[in-house]
Structures are given as structure tokens and as C-alpha cells.
Design a protein around this ligand. Structure first.
Ligand code: HEM
Length: 408
């Protein structure tokens, strides 16, 4: 095996090729060796996987364990007190994104019925209402406004709160704390403090639901006696976080990308029926949930490389979605492209449970925004938009926008 690529401070993260493109080092690695040995900051060796085929293969193969991160809280191995690199981190009860079968299967099965295409279709009209109400409020403001605060964050938060039965009025608690462990270089103490605050809140909530269940997904789970309160709390934590952070960043970064590609935006405005395809392309092009961790449970062959048992394997969905072996002219945003087959919702047994919900929210969100604000534009130069390179889910911190007219 050739020398591992030294990565002194974690993964290359600087968006040196532009706000929507992978870091140049990541692209270079994919071209040179799509399954690349890499050194972690603590000195242990692992792999960085950037090629489409290899990433897809890993996500389809449960011998690559998901017991690598504590849910969305990526615990860095160099943190004192954590297990050594060849052991998976402890798994939080209920947080099934970080579990393998059969534990993963047992928990995920309880929720699949709640997130089917049919169930989500039934919600569509309601989601359109949520979007329109939020846009009414935004239209009453005097621009410029921050699109993240006024639109992109409230829409998925309102929807997931209602679905789960979490009071929207309590959003300060979960938005502030969930944002805290999305910060990459937060200390373990800070992450744990945020986690504990959210955990306490959700534990009280699911305990109340167990005593007096209502008409929502968490109540449906709480009715199932064989799930413990800890498992209910963990599942609530996962759904609440996964349900708003990702979609919110897609809505805001997607708007930024469209405003920066005026010719694509004009075609989409003139042909709203292209929206479903445009959403798939934005998912591919932006890949806001980029980095995922796996752990080899045995010696495995991958694209000609031997991955030793115990290795940490890092996949970049963004790099895979920009692989020229899979997508022609991959760095171009092209709303006419057949982008299905992208890996932005993952692949295999952990493939995103909320993908139909996210699609409906994005179609309704972009559709409403473009229709109601035909003159929407950035209120600051593009290079002044603050990018979330410091966060686990990519996007923008704020998106100042302005307009000269709005419509009903
Ligand atoms: C899993 C992306 C929206 C709930 C995943 C995974 C990805 C992803 C890449 C796979 C993780 C892995 O393999 O380790 C996204 C993106 C979204 C989105 C890009 C928005 C555009 C949502 C929404 C929900 C949700 C709205 C609502 C509840 C979940 C859950 C899992 C998951 C529960 C874990 C599934 C499992 O482990 O079986 N998501 N997601 N996601 N997502 Fe999403």
C-alpha cells in the first residue's frame, strides 16, 4: 500500500473551488485514487472514499458498520476518553442511524409506515399551506431579510414539529442546542451539554406522550410498550434533528445556487413543471449532508484496495455525486439532467427515511418562493454570504435577500 495521505486537521473542508463545489483536494483525490488511504488527526490510518461506485458499494454493504458516530454527533477519535480508533463509539439507544441490523431493523421498521410515499402525498396540501403562510409573513417584511431565518428554517421546523408532535413554541430549545452539535470543532463537553439539554427536553416530552398519547408519530411510537423511554427519546432526537437541519440547508443553499445561475433560474420560473427534476439536481449538486462514517467489521476488498478490519472509512457523498464516471459534466448545475441515482439521501439500509417528506417540502418551498418573489435577488455580494464550512451539514448561515415586488 502506498503512503497514506496526511490530513493534518481532519478532512479538507475549505471551499476553495467555489461555494457549491467540493474542496479541490477532494476532487484531486477522487481523480488519483477514489479509495484513498488517509491519516486521521490522531495518527490512526483509515480511508477516504470519493468515487461514486465505491461510495455506493460501501453504503450497500452492512459489513461496513454504521456504529461509527453517535448519530449526527461525530465524536472525533482524538477526544480524550473515547474508545481507541479500532472500536466503534458507544451507540445511543433509539438513534438507529448509528446502528447495524438487527437493532437498526427493529427500530426503523416501527417508522417506515409513517413515512411512506402515500402518507407523505397526503400531507402535500398541508405542506403547501405551511409554505404559503410563511411566505405571506415574509412578504410583509421590508427587505432585505435573512431567508434562512424567515423561510428556510421555519418551514421544515414547523412541518417536523407537527408530524412528531413537538410544540413549535419550544423551538428555541431544540434549534439552539441542535445547532451546537452541528459545529465541527465543538469540544466534547460542549456537545454533551447541548445533547443533555435536548435529551432532557425530549425525555419529558415522550414520557408525557406515553401517559397521554396524541395523534402524531412520537405518540404512535410511545404506544409501543416494548420501546423504552430512552429509545423513544433517542428516536425523537434523531427525527427532530434530521428532519429540519438538512431540508433547511437545502432550501437556503438551493436558493443561493439558483440566484447564482440566473439562466437555470429563468428556465425554472418559466417551466414550473420542471421542479421535481430541478430538486433532484439541486440535491445532487449541493449534497448538503456530505460526510458519513463507516467501520470495517472484517477485511474487505473495495475497488482493488484492501480495507483492513477495524478501519474507519469516511465517504464523501458530494465527491461521489460529482464523479464524471457517473454524471456527465458533473460540476454544472443542469435542471434538465436526470439526476436520480444521486447519493444525497444515502443508499442501502440507512437510506434517508424522510426523503419523500424532504422532496415535498423542497418542491413546495422553491415553487412558492419563486412564484411569490419574481424579483428575488441577493442583498449582498455573493462572496459575502457566510458558508457553513464549520458545520456537519453544509449550507449558509444567513442568506440576505431583497425584492422589488411580491405576488400572491
Ligand atoms: C438518513 C440525507 C431529510 C430522517 C439519511 C442519510 C442521508 C440523509 C445521506 C443516510 C445516512 C447514513 O447512511 O448513515 C438527508 C437529506 C435531507 C434529509 C439531504 C434533506 C434534503 C430528512 C428528513 C427526515 C430525515 C426531512 C425526517 C424525519 C432521516 C433518518 C435517517 C436519515 C431517520 C436514518 C435512517 C436509517 O438509519 O435507517 N438522511 N435527509 N431526513 N434521514 Fe435524512
Amino acid at each position: 500500500m502506498s503512503q497514506p495521505v496526511p490530513v493534518p486537521n481532519g478532512l479538507p473542508m475549505e471551499r476553495d473551488a467555489g461555494p457549491f463545489d467540493p474542496p479541490r483536494d477532494i476532487t484531486r483525490l477522487r481523480e488519483a485514487r477514489p479509495v484513498s488511504p488517509m491519516l486521521f488527526p490522531d495518527g490512526h490510518e483509515g480511508w477516504l472514499v470519493t468515487g461514486y461506485d465505491a461510495v455506493r458499494q460501501i453504503m450497500a454493504d452492512t459489513r461496513f458498520s454504521s456504529r461509527q458516530d453517535i448519530g449526527v454527533v461525530h465524536v472525533p477519535y482524538e477526544t480524550p476518553g473515547m474508545p481507541v480508533a479500532t472500536q466503534p463509539s458507544p451507540v445511543l439507544p433509539g438513534v438507529f442511524i448509528a446502528m447495524d441490523p438487527p437493532d437498526h431493523t427493529r427500530l426503523r421498521r416501527r417508522l417506515t409506515g409513517a413515512f411512506t410515499v402515500r402518507r407523505m402525498k397526503q400531507l402535500e396540501e398541508h405542506i403547501v399551506d405551511v409554505v404559503e403562510r410563511q411566505l405571506d409573513e415574509m412578504a410583509r417584511l421590508t427587505p432585505s431579510v435573512d431567508l434562512v431565518k424567515e423561510f428556510a428554517l421555519p418551514v421544515p421546523s414547523l412541518v417536523i414539529c407537527e408530524l412528531l408532535g413537538v410544540p413549535y413554541a419550544d423551538r428555541e430549545t431544540f434549534q439552539v442546542n441542535s445547532a451546537k452539535f452541528m459545529v465541527k470543532d465543538q469540544t466534547l463537553e460542549e456537545k454533551m451539554a447541548a445533547y443533555n439539554a435536548l435529551n432532557t427536553y425530549l425525555c419529558e416530552l415522550v414520557t408525557r406522550k406515553r401517559a397521554a398519547p396524541g395523534d402524531d408519530i412520537l405518540s404512535d411510537l410511545a404506544r409501543q410498550d416494548d420501546l423504552t423511554i430512552e429509545e423513544l427519546t433517542g428516536a425523537a432526537f434523531l427525527l427532530l434533528l434530521a428532519g429540519h437541519e438538512t431540508t433547511a440547508n437545502m432550501l437556503s443553499l438551493g436558493t443561493f445556487a439558483l440566484l447564482e445561475h440566473p439562466e437555470q433560474l429563468a428556465v425554472l420560473r418559466a417551466n414550473p413543471e420542471l421542479m421535481p427534476g430541478a430538486v433532484e439536481e439541486l440535491l445532487r449538486y449541493l449534497s448538503v449532508a456530505d460526510i458519513f462514517y463507516r467501520y470495517a467489521t472484517e477485511d474487505l476488498e473495495l475497488c482493488g484496495e484492501t480495507i483492513a478490519k477495524g478501519s474507519t472509512v469516511v465517504v464523501s457523498l458530494l465527491a461521489a455525486n460529482r464523479d464524471p464516471e457517473r454524471f456527465d459534466n458533473p460540476d454544472a448545475l443542469d435542471i434538465h439532467r436526470k439526476a436520480r441515482g444521486h447519493l444525497s439521501f444515502g443508499h442501502g439500509i440507512h437510506q434517508c427515511l424522510g426523503q419523500q417528506l424532504a422532496r415535498i417540502e423542497m418542491r413546495a418551498g422553491f415553487d412558492g418562493l419563486l412564484r411569490r418573489f419574481p424579483t428575488l435577488e441577493l442583498a449582498v455580494p455573493a462572496d459575502e454570504v457566510r458558508l457553513r464550512t464549520d458545520m456537519n451539514i453544509y449550507g449558509v448561515h444567513e442568506l440576505p435577500v431583497t425584492w422589488t415586488e411580491s405576488a400572491r
